[in-house]
Design a protein around this ligand. Structure first.
Ligand code: SAH
Length: 391
C-alpha cells in the first residue's frame, strides 16, 4: 500500500489508538506532513517517533480513520485479506445460507474498515463509501471483491454520498445487472433497486427481527408502519397473519411493496398498502391491530438533533400505545446512532407513562451478525428495538 506521509500525535494522545479505536480527531494531532492530501494513506506516529498504525487522512474533525494497527505497513493485498475475513465471519455466523443470498459483507468500523460499507445482493455488490480515502481506493476494493467472489459476482455499483457531497459519483464499477434485482432472505424474495432505492436499496439489518415477527403473527392483524419495500409484511403474511397493512410515506416504496407481495405469491386480499405519513394514518385508528411495527428512519443524524428525535420517538410510540388492541404487541425500533439504547428505552418509558397503559418488555432487539460491532468502537451499535406487550 502506498503510504504518502506521516502524522505525529500529541503526547498522551496515543492511548485511543493503542486501544484499537479507529478514529483520530484533529485535536490529537501535533503535526502532519504538508504534502498529505485528503484521502491519502498516512503513517501514525507517537511523539517519540514510534509507528502506531496506518489509515486514511482527511482534513476535518475525524482527521484519521485507522485501518491498520501496529508498526507493520499494510500490504498491497490489504483489502483482499480484510474482505476474506469479512466473508469468513458471515459464513461462521450462519448468515450466508442456501436461503439467504443478501447480506452485509463489510460493516465499516465493525470490520476494521472505517468509511466502507459493502452490501451483497445475490451476486451484486453495492459499495458505499463514507470517506474520501475509500473513494480513492475504489479500484483496490473492486479487485478485492472480484478475487473473493470470482464468477459469482455479476455487478459492482458505487454509492458515494458523503465523499463527493452529492450522488454524482454513483455508478457501475463492474457489470450492470438489471434493476430491480431479486434477492432471497430466509427463502423470501425481494426486489432491490440500488440506483434509486434508499441507502444501498434494502434494509438488511432487520433480517432477524423480521423472522421474529413471523413467530408472533399467526392469525393476527398486523400494521407495518415505515414499511419501505414491505420486509416485515412478507414475514407476517407467510406466518399466516389474518390481515397485514403496510404504510410508508414514499409512493415508490409502496409500489415496490406491492410487487414484493406478488413476487412471494400472497393473496392480495389479506394485504393493503397505504402511501401516507404514519402519524396521519394513526389519526382515525383504534383497537384494530394486534401487532404494530414502528421502524422509522433515523430521526436524529447529528447530536444537535437529538432532542427533536426523542420527541419524535415519544410521539410515535405514544400513538401506537393509544391505537393498539388490548393484549397487542409492538415491535419498536430506532436506528439513530446518536440515540443510545438507554436513551431510547427512557423515551419509550415516557411514552408509556403518557399512554397510561400497562406495558411489558418481552425482548430487546439489535442488529444481526453481518453488522458486527467492534468491542473498541461501541458507537457501531446503532439498531435498537423492543418487543412490547400492551395490556
Ligand atoms: N422497515 C423497513 C425499513 C424502514 S426505512 C424494512 O424492513 O425494510 C424507513 C422508511 O420510513 C422509509 O421507507 C421512508 O420512506 C419511510 N418514512 C419516512 N418518514 C415517514 C413518515 N412520516 N411516515 C411514513 N413513512 C415514512
Amino acid at each position: 500500500m502506498k503510504i504518502n506521509g506521516s502524522i505525529v500525535l500529541k503526547k498522551g494522545k496515543e492511548v485511543s489508538i493503542q486501544r484499537y479505536h479507529p478514529w483520530i480527531f484533529s485535536g490529537a494531532i501535533n503535526s502532519s506532513d504538508d504534502t498529505l492530501k485528503d484521502g491519502e494513506w498516512a503513517r501514525i506516529k507517537e511523539s517519540t517517533g514510534k509507528v502506531l498504525g496506518y489509515g486514511h487522512y482527511h482534513q476535518g474533525t475525524i482527521a484519521l480513520r485507522v485501518l491498520s494497527f501496529g508498526e507493520q505497513a499494510p500490504r498491497d493485498d490489504f483489502y483482499k485479506e480484510k474482505m476474506d475475513r469479512c466473508y469468513q465471519l458471515r459464513y461462521a455466523a450462519g448468515v450466508i445460507t442456501e436461503q439467504t443470498n443478501a447480506y452485509r459483507l463489510v460493516h465499516g468500523e465493525g470490520d476494521g474498515l472505517s468509511g466502507l460499507i459493502v452490501d451483497m445482493y445475490n451476486g451484486v455488490a453495492i459499495v458505499q463509501v463514507h470517506s474520501v480515502g475509500m473513494y480513492l481506493d475504489r479500484e483496490l476494493i473492486v479487485q478485492a471483491l472480484q478475487s473473493l467472489y470470482k464468477d459469482n459476482l455479476s455487478t459492482i455499483y458505487l454509492k458515494a454520498p458523503s465523499a463527493s457531497g452529492d450522488s454524482r459519483n454513483d455508478g457501475y464499477l463492474f457489470g450492470m445487472s438489471a434493476i430491480p434485482h431479486i434477492i432471497q432472505e430466509h427463502g423470501y424474495k425481494f426486489y432491490v433497486d440500488w440506483e434509486t432505492g434508499q441507502k444501498t436499496g434494502f434494509f438488511l439489518d432487520q433480517r432477524e427481527n423480521r423472522k421474529l415477527l413471523g413467530e408472533y403473527s399467526k392469525g393476527k392483524s398486523v400494521l407495518n408502519t415505515f414499511c419501505y419495500t414491505g420486509g416485515f409484511s412478507i414475514y407476517a403474511l407467510q406466518a399466516g397473519a389474518s390481515i397485514v397493512h403496510s404504510v410508508d410515506a414514499s409512493e415508490k416504496a409502496i409500489a415496490l411493496t406491492k410487487r414484493n407481495i406478488e413476487l412471494n405469491g400472497f393473496d392480495n386480499e389479506q394485504h393493503a398498502s397505504y402511501a401516507i405519513d404514519t402519524f396521519e394514518f394513526f389519526k382515525d385508528k383504534k383497537d384494530q391491530y394486534d401487532i404494530i411495527i414502528l421502524d422509522p428512519p433515523a430521526f436524529a443524524k447529528h447530536k444537535s438533533a437529538k432532542h427533536q428525535a426523542m420527541k419524535g420517538y415519544q410521539r410515535l410510540n405514544a400513538e401506537a400505545f393509544r391505537v393498539i388492541k388490548s393484549g397487542g404487541i409492538i415491535f419498536t425500533f430506532s436506528c439513530s446512532q446518536v440515540v443510545n439504547r438507554q436513551l431510547f428505552y427512557d423515551t419509550i418509558v415516557s411514552a408509556a407513562i403518557q399512554s397510561g397503559r400497562q406495558i411489558k418488555v418481552l425482548h430487546h432487539l439489535s442488529q444481526p451478525a453481518d453488522h458486527p460491532v467492534s468491542i473498541y468502537h461501541p458507537e457501531g451499535s446503532y439498531l435498537k428495538g423492543l418487543i412490547l406487550y400492551v395490556e
